[in-house]
Design a protein. Structure first.
Length: 301
């Protein structure tokens, strides 16, 4: 089970470091309990008497209380409950009280107002608080994981670190990185996305294109681009777009004559920093197929 409620909204947040508070912990338990209860009700609706609510709860409770992910949830007495518990422990272990999650689940299952406007408002307020208070903390943790990974990766044999911080390793061959036609893009560490698609040199980040002449020829390249480098690039693009817009507006005002300038824009909220980006790039060749891993996407909450 994947939690896809909130993470896509992270880009609108300020990312100042925050501490885990009792309120955040309780809110997280509340949201996870809503996911848990919703799964119970969904299974009961789909399976009727064939669904054993008590077994579902018992298996999730056993794993949550153990504090350890189950190695093979498909061998569990209730695989879906095991997967829920595994995900909760994997992404949020230590940030919520399992007993509170279970008790809140039981309370929610007794409610009769699921889907009502009042219930939806309650869930919306809960998500808002977590989006505001908890996701910045998750982002700070993810940034530390990225730093640790890059530091360890730089020490591996075969990895070269360029002056701008980009790291790469190359598979021997004679192709130029400017001739790539295919690539796999991976971003994040714990909250992780991987996509393989057609890719051209012109679509690569500018910070990578700028150092293309430093990369040797090869069969394929694995590139690690630090998040701060991508954040700096994104901010430069945004700033250039804003300046271009201001110039266009000033030119239009000069043509129209007495049109007053618009009011100064409100201060812009800090954008979320970009995550670490790992690229595997190659020139697709039917005579030399490249094995790739399946696409995947994991969101927080």
């Amino acid at each position: 089970m994947k939690y896809t409620v909130l993470f896509s909204l992270l880009t609108a947040l300020s990312l100042s470091a925050q501490e885990l508070t009792p309120r955040i912990s309780e809110d997280l338990a509340s949201l996870l309990s809503a996911e848990h209860a919703a799964a119970v009700l969904r299974n009961e609706k789909a399976l009727g008497k064939a669904f054993d609510r008590s077994l579902y709860r018992q298996e999730a409770a056993r794993i949550l209380r153990s504090g350890q992910e189950l190695p093979d949830p498909q061998k569990s007495a209730c695989p879906e409950a095991a997967e829920f518990a595994n995900n909760a422990l994997h992404f949020y272990e230590g940030d919520f009280d399992p007993e509170l999650l279970l008790s809140k689940t039981d309370q929610l299952l007794q409610r009769r107002d699921w889907g009502s406007p009042a219930f939806e408002r309650e869930m919306q307020q809960l998500r808002f608080r977590l989006r505001r208070d908890y996701l910045p903390l998750l982002r700070v943790r993810e940034q530390q994981r990225e730093k640790n990974l890059l530091a360890a990766n730089a020490l591996r044999d075969g990895v070269t670190v360029l002056p701008n911080g980009i790291q790469y390793e190359v598979e021997p061959g004679s192709d130029s990185i400017r001739d790539i036609t295919r690539g796999t893009s991976e971003s994040g560490i714990l909250f992780f996305t991987r996509v393989t698609n057609d890719m051209r040199f012109e679509s690569l980040p500018a910070c990578l294109r700028d150092v293309a002449d430093s990369l040797p020829r090869g069969r394929s390249w694995v590139i690690y681009i630090p998040g701060p480098l991508l954040t700096q690039e994104a901010e430069a693009v945004r700033r250039q777009a804003a300046e271009d817009q201001q110039r266009r507006e000033a030119k239009l005002r000069s043509l129209l004559g007495s049109v007053p300038p618009p009011p100064a824009p409100a201060p812009r909220a800090a954008s979320a920093p970009e995550p670490l980006l790992k690229l595997r790039l190659w020139k697709d060749d039917p005579d030399h197929p490249v094995d790739v891993l399946p696409d995947t996407h994991t969101d927080a909450l």
